[in-house]
Design a protein around this ligand. Structure first.
Ligand code: AMP
Length: 424
């Protein structure tokens, strides 16, 4: 089905053509007609399937339609997204698709100067793309007026719930008119998302692309069973192989991302990092360098990398195996976007084998195991060379021991010690 069959305005069709889209993706083909009819819609679509355009295109059509125009420059649509990066990216897409429309858009998120955002709102915008936290602040200070709002979009709903945004979403929804069109997009459809939909959507139409919770089909997946202390060396080895041109590497923690980036830089790999302790400017710069190909590797944590769209990511590497299977789906969705091919590689040290089992149950398939010579469990332990750094202490094990001790109380005294004590 070509785009023109949706009944979108000429300016929007022209922008789509300019963006190089020849036909709608499945989620667009399924969702756009339903949204155009004014229905509330829940769309369960894997990441990278073109879901942003699935809600932005009909939104622009609605806002550009003169018959429906309210007072000029009043907020008529609100899009809530979990992260600043995603909000910035959605705004970018709106600008691309609506380039010849007189529609103004503002992004409202934390980490940047509030005053400039308030100024933009004061001048008047039609669409607000926001993260819940900062928007709540502005609602509390009565700097936003949603009385003319017609459309609400909850993007990456499952992620927003995971990040604990439910109370914020409830507060924001209370500040919006009850008569509105609400759309909800989510990569997965757990019970919490279902109940969110029941709460905020009216007789929604459901659109589901592919199987629930299944990672994008275009992504080739595999795991390497590798001892934890060899993960860094193994990553370097992989990065030397041909084809590893734009590699997104995930770590669990921010300090892990810092350490790994440092390690890669020391090995002369062009690497940059993206996590929530970095300033907004640093985050945008890191993303831009990666998009422009200046950095071969972007090391990221889950929260910030969720939903971001980077063209041509050749590989996603789960350096730290994700604890949450849904994070796995999102991580690997960063490659193989919009019909491109991609590869997702996961490092699985012995202590994470149980997580691999849980993931395989979740995605209902076994992941093929690969081996790289010298980097698997079965490889002989290299002999100790004098002058080498001593192996690092396993502080996690020590912390676990201390925590266990706290729960069970002090260890019982050794009866043999007592006996010795009485004797001597
Ligand atoms: P999204 O899932 O919205 O983040 O989109 C993923 C990528 O797909 C983005 O880079 C879009 O520019 C691209 N895209 C969206 N719709 C289409 C389409 N109909 N044809 C080709 N690429 C598309």
């Amino acid at each position: 089905m070509p785009f023109r069959k949706f009944g979108l305005g000429a300016a929007i069709l022209k922008a789509i053509q300019k963006a190089g889209y020849t036909r709608p993706t499945p989620v667009q083909a399924a969702a756009i007609p339903k949204v155009m009819l004014g229905n509330d819609v829940i769309a369960i679509a894997q990441t990278g399937t073109g879901k942003t355009a699935a809600f932005v295109l009909p939104m622009l059509h609605r806002l550009a339609n003169p018959e429906r125009q309210g007072q000029p420059r009043r907020i008529r649509a609100l899009i809530l997204a979990p992260t600043r990066e995603l909000a910035a990216q959605i705004m970018e897409n709106i600008r691309i698709y609506g380039q010849s429309l007189p529609i103004r858009v503002a992004a409202i998120y934390g980490g940047v100067d509030e005053a400039s955002q308030i100024k933009v709102l004061y001048k008047g915008v039609h669409i607000v793309v926001a993260t819940p936290g900062r928007l709540i602040d502005l609602i509390g200070r009565r700097t936003v007026d949603f009385s003319m709002l017609e459309m609400l979009v909850l993007d990456e709903a499952d992620r927003m719930l995971h990040m604990g945004f439910l109370p914020d979403i409830v507060t924001i929804a209370a500040a919006l008119p009850k008569r509105r069109q609400t759309l909800m997009f989510s990569a997965t459809f757990p019970k919490e998302v279902e109940s969110l939909a029941r709460r905020f959507l009216y007789q929604p139409k459901m659109v589901q692309i592919g199987k629930r919770s299944n990672p994008a089909d275009t992504v080739e997946q595999c795991v390497y069973e590798v001892p934890a202390h060899l993960k860094g060396a193994m990553l370097l080895e992989l990065l030397r192989q041909p084809g590893f041109d734009r590699v997104l590497v995930f770590t669990r923690m921010k300090d892990g991302a810092d350490r790994l980036t440092q390690f890669l830089k020391a090995a002369r790999v062009n690497a940059t990092k993206l996590h929530s302790s970095r300033s907004q400017e640093q985050r945008l710069l890191a993303l831009q360098d990666f998009k422009d190909g200046k950095s071969q590797v972007l090391v990221a944590t889950d929260i910030v990398a969720r939903g971001i769209d980077i063209e041509g990511v050749t590989h996603v590497v789960n350096y730290d195996f994700p604890v949450n299977p849904e994070d796995y789906v999102h991580r690997i969705g960063r490659t193989g976007r919009a019909e491109a091919q991609g590869e997702a590689i996961s490092f699985v040290p012995k202590q994470d084998l149980n997580l691999l089992g849980i993931l395989e149950l979740f995605i209902a398939r076994r992941l093929p195991k690969k081996r790289l010579k010298g980097f698997d469990y079965h490889a002989p332990i290299p002999p100790y060379k004098p002058g080498e750094a001593a192996p690092r202490r396993d502080w996690r094990k020590r912390t676990r021991q201390i925590e266990a001790r706290k729960k069970t109380g002090p260890a019982p005294e050794d009866p043999r010690k007592k006996r010795r004590g009485t004797r001597g």
